[in-house]
Design a protein around this ligand. Sequence first.
Ligand code: ZN
Length: 227
Amino acid sequence: MSSTTEPIIQSPPSTRTLLLLGPPGCGKGTQAERLARNFSIPAISTGEMIRAEIRASSELGKIAAGVTITGGLLSDELVNKIIKSRLSQPDCAAGFMLDGYPRTVDQARYLGELMAGMGFSQPSVVHIDVPAEQLIARTCNRRFCPQCGSIFNLQSHPPKEAGLCDNCHIELQQRSDDCEETVKNRLAAYERSTAPLIDFYQSRDYLRVDGTRSPDVVFQSILDSLH
Ligand code: ZN
């Protein structure tokens, strides 16, 4: 149990549809979990959806499994069919939260029509924004102990003795030497694919949240801004 006080919980409205956007490392996973719990709605990621279809051995699941095994990319058409199937499940009746879908403006248009057709209100888009330099610092200051697996962060959670594991007193390691380069490339790819989506949603129900603050503050500010 954490000792931090939980923010005030809002009572859920009849339906709540959310769409989460944010770069890798922005803390989206934590917020997704807390929002889903707060509103009692399922958190649906593309991976979760596809795994569910494959588990159910549905027609779509079989096609998706085939594409995944050969290392191919799922087409818009297939992903759209899978989302339609997922949103038709009973646990989505009171709403849902999407993470990782839509990825393209075409998918976003499809989702808008699909939701309207199913009687859902259009989604509130929550964009967790963290500047690139900070994401690079968060990720690249991470160190781990090769013996016990403890994770440290030179900035936010440094070891007691510089460079050494608190438990084993052996030298901490970094996952990759070209961390900054790797993270920069990953962020650039994210920007390229997400910028058109942000353009698309900006004129709609769009909320930009400053993700540089603590998870509690970010969570509370999302709740405060949702209507
Ligand atoms: Zn250790």
